[in-house]
Design a protein around this ligand. Structure first.
Ligand SMILES: NC(=O)c1ccc[n+]([C@@H]2O[C@H](COP(=O)([O-])OP(=O)(O)OC[C@H]3O[C@@H](n4cnc5c(N)ncnc54)[C@H](OP(=O)(O)O)[C@@H]3O)[C@@H](O)[C@H]2O)c1
Length: 314
């Protein structure tokens, strides 16, 4: 097998389960992780459990522009062809009440969940174009369903600390904003990369068991809630299987620019209905997503923002 997959945040949770899944299938797996010390043990564990020695570990802090460029330099030298890029890493610190900026001065959820993936994809496009079936997958969330409410908008004006001190901050809301922007980026990148035969899709993830490491980082009240939620959540391997299916199956070959739900159904944009009853029904309908994501204007805004913040030519 000469197929190469890069998975960001492959040291825990769904990313780790996905690294296992691809390793079992004989893929060459590049674990793109920010903490090498912690991740080395996971790399070793996967090599031993799957008998696949082709599990590489490279340092990447996806919230840092310098780190992304360094990662790209190493990847370019070692892997002239890439087949799959999974943007799995994300920032969400449950219970955190403080607005946080990345080292580049970008709100941390946006830096990690949108701007970093944008830059990394742009930089790796040449190597991806060398594959005959290149696929990119973005990890999205059901949190974006709050955008069915037409009052909900992305806080585009507060992504570089503008209202850091005088606007209420919710890490959960900013996470939702960033994941909505990631869906828009999916649609826009799919158009941009179509001629190079690189497909770009997003998976809408609902409740998957949170890793011990993630729960450990939470405030105490959230830890309890997360442990309770874990009782009702699907195992990480379920989502790893879905990542694998979307990135390798014939069913999804050539499909691009789509948001796909956990049952592997392509979702459609939907208007906000008039009646509370219909609105409630829509909220639980996993085959639709908020029309807000499909607006060309919003897609352009996300694209311009990412281009400006990373100073990549468009
Ligand atoms: N679990 C769910 O129920 C759920 C629901 C909806 C969506 N999702 C999405 O699914 C994906 C995986 O979630 P998960 O629950 O498996 O998360 P997780 O266990 O918390 O893992 C997140 C991974 O991202 C890495 N990461 C965070 N910031 C990073 C950065 N700046 N650079 C590089 N790596 C970074 C973490 O590395 P460290 O170990 O170094 O922190 C960790 O490996 C995320 O995109 C999440 O938003 C999950």
């Amino acid at each position: 097998m000469d197929k190469v997959v890069i998975i960001t945040g492959a040291n825990s949770g769904i990313g780790k389960a996905a690294a296992y899944r691809f390793a079992e299938e004989g893929y060459r797996v590049v674990m793109a992780c920010r903490n090498l010390e912690k991740s080395k043990n996971v790399q070793q564990e996967i090599i031993e459990a799957t008998n696949n020695p082709q599990i590489d570990l490279l340092q990447l802090d996806i919230s840092s522009i310098v780190s992304i460029h360094q990662f790209h330099s190493s990847v370019k030298e070692t892997y002239p062809k890439l087949d799959i890029l999974i943007h799995n890493a994300a920032f969400l610190n449950h219970g955190n009440k403080n607005y946080q900026l990345s080292g580049d001065g970008i709100e941390l959820s946006f830096a990690t969940n949108v701007v970093g993936p944008f830059l990394l994809t742009k930089l790796l496009a040449d190597q991806l174009a060398n594959s005959d079936d290149a696929r990119i997958l973005h990890a999205c969330t059901t949190n974006i369903r709050h955008f069915f409410d037409p009052k909900r908008k992305i806080e585009f004006d507060n992504l570089q600390g503008e209202f850091e001190d005088n606007r209420p901050y919710s890490t959960y809301k900013m996470y939702g904003d960033s994941k909505m922007a990631l869906v828009m980026l999916t649609f826009k990148l799919a158009e941009e990369l179509k001629d190079r035969h690189i497909s770009v899709n997003a998976i809408q993830i609902s409740a998957i068991k949170l890793s011990k490491e993630t729960i450990q980082k939470m405030e105490s009240g959230w830890k309890v809630a997360a442990r309770v939620q874990n009782l009702f959540s699907a195992p990480q391997e379920t989502m790893a299987d879905t990542y694998f299916h979307l990135c390798t199956s014939n069913e999804f070959k050539g499909i691009t620019g789509k948001l796909i739900n956990a049952k592997r159904t392509i979702m459609q944009p939907s208007h906000y209905p008039d009646t509370p009853r219909e609105q409630m029904k829509q909220f639980f309908d996993q085959t639709v997503y908020p029309k807000y994501a499909a607006s060309e204007r919003n897609m352009e805004l996300v694209w311009e923002l990412c281009s400006k913040l990373t100073a990549v030519e468009v």
